[in-house]
Ligand binder design. Structure first.
Ligand SMILES: C[S@@+](CC[C@H](N)C(=O)[O-])C[C@H]1O[C@@H](n2cnc3c(N)ncnc32)[C@H](O)[C@@H]1O
Ligand SMILES: O=C(O)C(=O)C[C@]1(C(=O)O)C=C[C@@H](O)C=C1
Length: 242
């Protein structure tokens, strides 16, 4: 099956607020691949990282699972270790399509999908928690409590894999990275109009923070170590060890 092309922001007008509705879910594989530099590398490596930290008879959570890309990568590398995969997303359009994609993929591990808010869904007996490009959509004042609940569900040595669009602390470097990022998007076939309209739709919806703030918050939430394991322009992936 070929992915539908993302043309959602190609017309001039009020783009409204970005939401993960049926239109977005329908083009999501193409959208995220052309919008997140390094996306396919991050997803593939998520499987490798998960396999090192997964413990038998625990759960591997994917919070903000969208269409299940990280669940599939984890399933591929963690099996046959007996673990349960749990995907959570609050978009019914994503969960419906994720269920179909997982059925088609036929994962080797038991998998549960939950339609719900990651700030409310119980998290228990986790050895690995994956949150790829999702914390950025959680309100700022709810981020620490969520990370605390994740940490409390883990044992020492377990891992959180956290990927985010980030802000750089030095304004000139931040502006430069955003310019590089927009060059990347244009090289992926997005027009200046599409870049501008999407940027407007994401304003105050996707709230990026610096790697320093992320690492401080992770420490505050009880993680003993964290660092960046991948970065491309203003998109970074961290691993935090419980
Ligand atoms: C950029 S996508 C994540 C991409 C996905 N992790 C991947 O790597 O393919 C963000 C996802 O998080 C979900 N999301 C955002 N806020 C959420 C929340 N509070 N609770 C549950 N899901 C949420 C959205 O519906 C969307 O599917
Ligand atoms: O297109 C952008 O500007 C983005 O920030 C990319 C991004 C993300 O980082 O989550 C934003 C929304 C879509 O979910 C896919 C990718």
């Amino acid at each position: 099956m070929t992915d539908s092309r993302d043309t959602l922001f190609d017309t001039l007008g009020d783009p409204g607020l970005f939401t993960f509705n049926d239109d977005v879910a329908g083009v999501f594989p193409d959208m995220i691949r052309r919008s997140v530099p390094g996306y396919s590398t991050v997803i593939a490596m998520t499987g490798i990282l998960a396999a090192r930290h997964a413990r038998p008879h625990t759960r591997i959570y994917d919070l903000g699972c969208s269409l299940g890309a990280s669940l599939m990568a984890a399933g591929k590398h963690v099996a046959p270790l007996p673990c349960e995969l749990v995907g959570v997303d609050n978009s019914s359009a994503m969960i419906t399509r994720c269920r179909a994609a997982l059925d088609a993929a036929g994962l080797a591990l038991p998998t549960t999908l939950i339609e719900g808010d990651i700030c409310d869904v119980p998290i228990d007996n986790a050895s690995v928690v994956i949150m790829n490009y999702t914390l950025q959509f959680v309100p700022l004042d709810a981020r620490t409590a969520l990370l605390r609940r994740i940490r409390e569900a883990m044992n020492p040595g377990d891992a959180l894999i956290l990927s985010e669009k980030i802000e750089l602390t030095e304004p000139a470097m931040n502006d430069l990275m955003i310019d590089h990022y927009h060059d990347f998007k244009r090289a992926q076939g997005y027009s200046d109009l599409e870049v501008a309209q999407k940027r407007q739709a994401l304003e105050n919806v996707l709230i990026p923070e610096s790697r320093e703030i992320h690492r401080e918050r992770l420490a505050h939430a009880g993680f003993s170590h964290s660092d960046v394991w991948f970065q491309c322009f203003n998109f970074a992936s961290l691993i935090a060890i419980a």
